[in-house]
Design a protein around this ligand. Structure first.
Ligand SMILES: Nc1ncnc2c1ncn2[C@@H]1O[C@H](COP(=O)(O)OP(=O)(O)OP(=O)(O)O)[C@@H](O)[C@H]1O
Ligand SMILES: [Mg+2]
Length: 466
């Protein structure tokens, strides 16, 4: 074993026996995997799937396979997140700006309001460029810095927990909402993707901080040893990164303003169209947390001054909605226990107006196409499966809810309903069942086909208004 190299051909890191003794002496007895990726204290395990199509030919291959553990780390390709999005160089460069700023000690700052660890990320010019929400600091994540959620969970689980959601996957829900938004060209969710960041302003365990300090000290005193560490410093955290939108105000504030000073007619119409996009998004993803603090409005007022010089530069009034905080969506069942998690927009007067021709023209052709819906589900699969705790069954259930919502929505659009009428429609699930045509399971050649069944949910939540 050469002292020079610290990676074998499988890309696994290892240290020489000499280094290991040194590490032990410093109380940093790390497994080779920890040196590779100090993000995990315990290795993540997954069941090794048997692959019958791959026949092991040679004796050596068979021996190699037999010597492998039945439980192995997840395929790194499946879970690797490298902050590079080949199809989106613009987003990649914004994330790069965030990383550069952190290196220059411009650390993300925790958002004071909110119930979890969410951070405003800035660039080197100190401009806010994104909102990062680490997975482990989510409302019920293990490192949520805000204790109120824990108290809620402890003292009153019936009222505060969301039993219909896959736990601790809010960051995927944020990215998933953005995916739906982009796919349907709604353009109301600030672009959101899953990335990894480390910053000393994030919430870490004392052990993580101590380990990072020790590694830092070690690598300063013993540079050779330091080179063995794949990463010095605090471990990176996986989370959602949403682009920051400037000039927006919480909807709760703006809606009050609109009550006092109604919008001019042309802007009113624009607002209604934007509002419908919010309804479509929330309904499809079955958002369980759409209150008026979780969407933003930007209103560029008409120019008051009517000076002769500025007539040609006169700013047209405009209004735009941003749907933020989408971390509590994509339930695997319709809410059926204590609370109904209604969409708060359903009580607004805008909700009583039937869906416009514009939204129908945009949405109906897309959602009436089964292949399109399947494509959307497949893209959600690619996103959701990156989570280490991904469960295929739960994913299928999430998609059953989403397909049910899409079914109701298309029906409502075709029947000229309003958002208020849409939310009154009975909750439906469209479940996929893989069946053999003809039902003969003993046929030698089977043709597998996807079939869907529709099922209404009868059980209603105890409180329908909250
Ligand atoms: N993309 C964004 N652009 C601009 N401002 C944002 C953005 N995302 C969040 N904010 C601001 O940060 C505040 C908190 O964000 P958010 O609601 O997403 O956090 P949170 O921690 O999930 O809070 P909670 O779950 O309690 O609602 C928002 O009210 C909004 O003012
Ligand atoms: Mg919020």
């Amino acid at each position: 074993m050469s002292n020079e190299s610290n990676e074998n051909e499988n890309g696994e890191c290892f240290s020489s026996p000499q280094d290991e003794t040194q590490l032990k002496a410093f109380g940093l007895e790390e497994s080779s995997e920890e040196i590779c990726d100090n993000n995990c204290l315990l290795p993540d395990v997954t069941v090794v799937k048997s692959n019958k199509s791959t026949s092991l030919t040679s004796q050596s291959e068979r021996e190699l396979r037999e010597s492998q553990p039945l439980l192995k780390r997840m395929d790194p390709d499946v879970v690797s997140i490298n902050n590079v999005f080949a199809d989106d160089p613009e987003f990649t460069s914004i994330v790069k700006e965030a990383e550069t700023a952190i290196e220059a000690a411009i650390y993300p700052e925790r958002i004071s309001k909110g119930s979890s660890g969410s951070y405003f990320v800035r660039n080197c010019q100190l401009k806010r460029i994104g909102v990062f929400k680490p997975k482990d600091e989510e409302p019920y994540g293990r490192l949520n810095p805000k204790w109120t959620k824990w108290m809620h969970k402890l003292c009153c689980p019936c009222c505060f927990g969301r039993s219909c959601l896959v736990p601790n996957q809010g960051y995927l829900s944020e990215a998933g909402a953005s995916l739906v938004d982009q796919k349907l060209q709604l353009n109301i969710v600030p672009k959101t993707k899953v990335i990894k960041l480390a910053s000393k302003t994030f919430n870490y365990t004392a052990i993580d901080r101590a380990k990072a300090r020790t590694k830092q000290n070690l690598s300063e005193r013993y540079p050779n040893l330091g080179r063995r560490f794949n990463r010095i410093g605090l471990p990176t955290k996986v989370g959602s990164f949403q682009l920051y939108v400037h000039g927006y105000e919480d909807a709760s504030v703006m809606l009050r303003q609109f009550m006092d000073n109604p919008l001019p007619e042309s802007v009113q119409r624009e607002f209604q169209l934007q509002f419908e996009r919010l309804v479509v998004l929330d309904y499809i993803i079955r958002n369980t947390d759409r209150n008026h603090d979780n969407w933003l409005i930007k209103y560029n007022k008409p120019d008051e001054k009517k000076g002769s010089e500025s007539w040609n530069q006169k700013k047209e009034p405009s209004v735009k909605i941003a749907a933020i905080d989408n971390g509590l969506a994509f339930p695997f069942k319709h809410p059926d226990e204590w609370r109904a998690y209604p969409y708060h927009w359903a009580w607004l007067p805008y909700s009583k107006v039937p869906f416009s021709k514009e939204i129908k023209d945009l949405i109906l052709p897309q959602l009436s196409d089964m292949n399109y819906v399947q494509e959307l589900c497949d893209e959600m699969y690619e996103l959701f499966k990156t989570d280490k705790g991904f469960d295929r069954n739960l994913y299928e259930k999430q998609m059953s809810v989403m397909r049910g919502q899409i079914l109701n929505l298309t029906q409502a659009l075709k029947e000229d309903k309003s958002p208020a009428q849409l939310v009154q429609m009975p909750a439906v699930l469209v479940e996929r069942c893989r069946e053999t045509p003809g039902g003969n399971h003993k046929k030698r050649i089977r043709v597998m086909a996807d079939q869907f069944t529709q099922r209404f949910q009868n059980r209603a939540p105890f409180f329908s208004w909250c």
